[in-house]
Design a protein around this ligand. Structure first.
Ligand code: NAD
Length: 309
């Protein structure tokens, strides 16, 4: 892997400088943050991960090593690639560690007030040219960008879960995002082996505008007694040829994230067709958030996981 800093490339069509990205910060070391760090380190970037919860950082490093072991076993990467990539990831607890970053990607909990507070604390530590991306599933990029000192260098870079496996990255320009920032992030996504789809900055963008209401509808189908968890998932796997049923998928995404996306759609588009199902709300209130907490629509303490309804 080539770790040399690449010279800034000219953005051909507009003649502006596209910033080179070799050093990346990641805020939030949960399911998405650890996946983003994983693919970036394998592509040769130096990565620093920060989380409010030190246990999350430790868990993220273990998860990354385990997921890379799987890739070694499948001969997708070599053991040397794995060791070199792991050596490029470090963890930190203070934003001062982001001083040299060319890009910071925020992948913290899907709550606007949390993200706003992060951007406020983060920006004073960044060099002037550092780009900022949010991996938000639904929140307005324009609004998040406005909380920073550099809305023109701010963009939505929405990875899919699990990041090392899923090919898509959605790119979302805020109203102020400039062309060099867009070009640099699109080039980075390509370098990470991803295909991009460009979405306008409307609530939940493309993938989640379509996917999460389907998940919410599946929860309504349980709530109204149309079918059990396994009947609904079997129906959609075999009847619609989906690789996973909507409730398995909800558990993979995280029910808290699904609920937050529905709330953003409901408030942002002011249409009652997006109202979150009360059963989804109840599961989140119970702390049954899916795979990440061991229980959601399935109980993961059993093998195979047992439907909870
Ligand atoms: P997660 O719950 O697994 O991880 C979130 C992490 O953020 C946790 O480790 C938490 O400790 C940390 N965090 C919370 N507040 C913080 C703060 N102030 N500073 C630093 N770290 C903080 O959630 P996730 O599934 O990784 O989701 C993260 C983001 O990615 C969300 O915006 C979500 O919408 C988005 N996303 C999720 C998926 C998915 O399928 N789960 C897919 C695409 C995008």
């Amino acid at each position: 892997m080539n770790l040399e800093r690449e010279p800034a490339a000219a953005t051909a069509d507009i003649g502006l400088e596209m910033p080179a990205i070799t050093t990346m910060g990641v805020v939030g070391a949960g399911q998405m943050g650890n996946g983003i760090a994983h693919v970036a380190a394998l592509a040769g970037l130096s990565v620093t991960m920060i989380d409010v919860n030190p246990a999350a950082l430790e868990k993220a490093m273990t998860t990354i090593a385990r997921n890379m072991d799987r890739q070694v076993a499948r001969k997708i990467i070599t053991p040397e690639d794995k060791e070199a990539a792991l050596a490029r990831i470090r963890t930190a607890t203070d934003y001062a560690a982001f001083a040299e970053c060319d890009l910071v990607i925020e992948a913290a909990t899907e709550k606007e007030e949390i993200k706003r507070a992060i951007f406020k604390s983060l920006t004073p530590h960044l060099k002037p040219g550092c780009l900022i991306a949010s991996n938000t599933s639904s929140i307005s990029i324009t609004r998040l960008a406005a909380t920073t000192d550099r809305p023109e260098k701010f963009i939505g870079m929405h990875f899919m879960n699990p990041v090392p496996v899923m090919k898509l990255v959605e790119l979302i320009r805020g109203i102020a995002t400039d062309e060099p920032t867009f070009q640099a992030i699109q080039a980075l996504a390509t370098r990470l082996g991803k295909t991009t789809a460009v979405a306008e900055d409307y609530p939940a963008f493309i993938v989640n505008r379509i996917l999460v209401p389907m998940i919410n509808e599946a929860v309504y189908a349980i709530y109204e007694g149309v079918g059990s968890v396994s009947a609904i998932d079997t129906a959609m796997r075999l009847g619609a040829n989906h690789p996973m049923g909507p409730l398995e998928l909800a558990d993979l995404v995280g029910l808290d994230t699904c609920l937050s996306v529905m709330q953003v759609l409901h408030e942002g588009l002011a249409d009652t067709k997006y109202r979150p199902c009360p059963l989804l709300v109840k599961y989140v209130e119970a702390g049954w958030l899916g795979r990440k907490t061991g229980r959601g629509f399935y109980d993961y303490s059993q093998t195979p996981p047992r439907p909870t309804r």
